[in-house]
Design a protein around this ligand. Structure first.
Ligand code: FE2
Length: 372
């Protein structure tokens, strides 16, 4: 167990509160095709096509309370194209809802963050509102988004330049973003934890800071959360192991730090996973024998163990209840960004009891790629 106590005091003022994750923006090589994947395979709805800058196009997708912005370059020499060349299909922005984007931005800058976009007025499908952003780890940025005034917005002016997905596919039922996980280089976890304390007012949760290892590879992790509990941002760094860890493999493939996975909540994980499998999503295999062991460890969970085994769904329990979780393969050929789907039945943890089983599965995939 490693608990990273911030080595620097928080800024002179208390951080303005975060009111949840507003959206994630992905910068991708082909936004039209990527949006098609998120719609067809993962059940998102197309809402709008935006042109925030002449060099790029953004497709806005939603499902439940989740808002994704999928952005691609329209020119060879552009910031988005350069980002894709380095990182591939990746999360560029983790955007937080705030009351006052200027105050949140200025607090983050006072805490040591580099400003990426000074506070400015944005007009999108939700109407005019203020936004700002600051640099985080690697090329990831944290954005601050104010709520729009819907009454002042001409909704009819919003267009959506994406095809409709053929009807008849099963509903996926994704509800909200549960947590977003970043990978940072070995030896920098403490520094990045401090950075998030100073700039966003997040706090490390001691109960989830831990070293996770198998007999071959290891990582160190700290979970950061805001005061209201609506934003959870775990960070990982590689730790010494006899083999290259999944975090080291990520850092190399991603060209540096970045978002490793996005966890999305569902109220019925068996139905969600069954629907996504039919839509063509592939999930990590769970080692044989896992479910027999898990049933003894966790007890009954209100779902059929046959279905959980059929769909490679992992199960864990903490003092508050249990959770069900499943992990996709990486979303692109690089072993970088992947997704987690999670159903919480009281449990507030992250499936620590599954780390051994999960890492064994990830290492098998890594070995198959010749990277272990
Ligand atoms: Fe996770």
């Amino acid at each position: 167990m490693t608990f990273h106590v911030p080595s620097t005091s928080p800024g002179p003022t208390v951080a303005p509160p975060l009111h949840g994750i507003d959206h994630l923006e992905l910068w991708v090589g082909n936004a039209r095709q990527a949006a098609h994947f998120w719609m067809t395979a993962l059940g998102f709805d197309a809402v709008a096509t935006l042109h925030p800058h002449p060099d790029r196009v953004s497709h806005v997708l939603t499902q439940g309370d989740i808002r994704l912005v999928i952005t691609g370059a329209r020119l060879a020499d552009s910031e988005v194209a350069a980002h894709v060349r380095r990182h591939g299909h990746a999360v560029r922005t983790v955007a937080f809802r705030v009351a006052d984007a200027t105050r949140s931005h200025d607090h983050a800058v006072a805490g040591g963050a580099r400003s990426v976009q000074a506070p400015h007025l944005v007009v999108d499908d939700r109407g005019p509102h203020m936004a700002a952003s600051v640099a985080a780890f690697g090329d990831v940025v944290h954005a601050f988004i104010e709520e729009a005034e819907p009454s002042s917005h001409d909704v009819a002016a919003t267009t959506c330049d994406l095809p409709t997905v053929a009807p008849g596919l099963p509903a996926v039922g994704l509800v909200a973003i549960d947590h977003v996980v970043g990978n940072v280089p070995a030896g920098t976890l403490g520094e990045w934890v401090d950075h998030h304390v100073r700039t966003l007012g997040l706090q490390p949760l001691s109960s989830f800071g831990e070293d996770v290892s198998t007999d071959r590879t290891a990582l160190r992790s700290t979970v950061l959360r805001d005061a209201s509990g609506t934003v959870t941002l775990p960070l990982n760094e590689p730790a010494a192991g006899t083999h290259r860890s999944q975090i080291e493999e990520f850092l190399e493939a991603n060209g540096g730090p970045g978002v490793q996975h996005v966890a999305i909540r569902t109220d019925d994980i068996v139905a969600s996973v069954a629907a996504m499998r039919r839509r063509g999503v592939r999930f990590l295999d769970v080692p044989r024998g896992y479910h027999v062991e898990a049933r003894q460890r966790v007890g009954e969970v209100g779902a059929s163990w046959d279905r959980l085994e059929e769909h490679d769904i992992l199960v864990d329990r903490d003092e508050q209840g249990h959770l069900l979780q499943v992990f996709t393969e990486p979303l692109q050929d690089r072993p970088t960004l992947f997704l987690e789907f999670i159903q919480r039945e009281g449990a507030t943890g992250f499936g620590a009891g599954n780390f051994g089983a999960l890492f064994a599965a990830i290492e098998r995939e890594q070995a198959a790629r010749g990277n272990l």
